[in-house]
Design a protein around this ligand. Structure first.
Ligand SMILES: Nc1ncnc2c1ncn2[C@@H]1O[C@H](COP(=O)(O)OP(=O)(O)OP(=O)(O)O)[C@@H](O)[C@H]1O
Length: 264
């Protein structure tokens, strides 16, 4: 699985280690995402998924044998101009007194600087991002008034304005109804089809196995990685150990995993 050339990886993370408050949070985590791939990062609460994404963004102190985007070291400028980031909804300051359009425009600050007017080309990108995330009709609404699903779509639109080559999504489906999940899944798959490398953390394992090209099972370390079909074959022990669940947990059956004796 890891024998393909690093040169082709849109996102390449090698041997990432993170220690926070004296605790080892990530241990030698390596992963990659190809251009055009939709990849899920799954694991229990506290597994280190958010820490991994924030390390890629340079927001958390870490050590690594190398992180690169399309072969270029992932420095602050590369992150700012090529990587789109959708944080968890609760991390965003929703009481900020601005409109949906202004929030989406704020996704341009990496290249514009605060307070500068967006050029025509940027305005086009803002309209396109709003259209794709289906928030155009909300453009002049104040941010604080939105529902959870509307907020999530605004965060996605804001991440799309720079037309990123890499998109990092932190639990984009949490608390969303089915139509909004379908809309966003279609959007993420569409972005991947256009060549974007999409990496998403999620607790929705069924949807991830259904929608994603590859998945990483993570809890401090990478416990397994592969296509949905490959991961259904790794053995139920790996899933039980990663997610710290019992053999009787109905999730295992719902995921279509084989039992210890090889039966479903
Ligand atoms: N600033 C910090 N100082 C110390 N420990 C931290 C810090 N930030 C996170 N951690 C710890 O790192 C571990 C991983 O947290 P992280 O948020 O990355 O997990 P996660 O997989 O995203 O979990 P969840 O599914 O609950 O969002 C947790 O045990 C958390 O308590």
């Amino acid at each position: 699985m890891h024998n393909d050339s690093h040169a082709h990886h849109a996102l390449d993370v090698r041997c990432l280690n993170v220690t926070l408050g004296g605790r080892h949070i990530l241990d030698d985590v390596s992963l990659h995402v190809h251009a055009g791939e939709f990849v899920a990062l799954i694991g229990p609460n506290g597994a280190g998924k958010t820490t991994l994404i924030r390390s890629i963004l340079g927001l958390i102190p870490h050590s690594t044998a190398g992180m690169s985007a399309y072969g270029v070291p992932l420095d602050a400028r590369t992150v700012r101009t090529r990587v789109g980031y959708v944080p968890q909804r609760h991390e965003f300051a929703w009481d900020f007194p601005i409109t949906v359009r202004e929030t989406v425009v704020s996704g341009l600050t990496g290249i514009l600087g605060f307070g500068r007017r967006a050029k025509l080309e940027h305005q086009k990108a803002v309209e396109e991002a709003m259209r794709r995330a289906d928030v155009t009709h909300l453009a002049s609404r104040p941010l604080g008034e939105l529902s959870g699903g509307q907020k999530q779509r605004v965060l996605v639109a804001r991440a799309l304005v720079l037309r990123p080559d890499i998109l990092l999504l932190d639990e984009p489906f949490t608390g969303l109804d089915m139509p909004t999940q379908e809309l966003l899944n279609d959007l993420f798959r569409g972005l991947a089809r256009e060549g974007c490398a999409v990496l998403m953390t999620t607790h929705d394992l069924i949807s991830a196995l259904d929608q994603c090209d590859r998945l990483y099972l993570i809890r401090e370390r990478v416990r397994a990685a592969g296509t949905p079909d490959e991961l259904r074959e790794v053995g139920v022990d790996v899933w039980m150990d990663t997610f710290q669940i019992r053999e009787t947990n109905p999730l295992l059956g719902a995921l279509g995993l084989r039992g210890k004796d090889g039966k479903e």
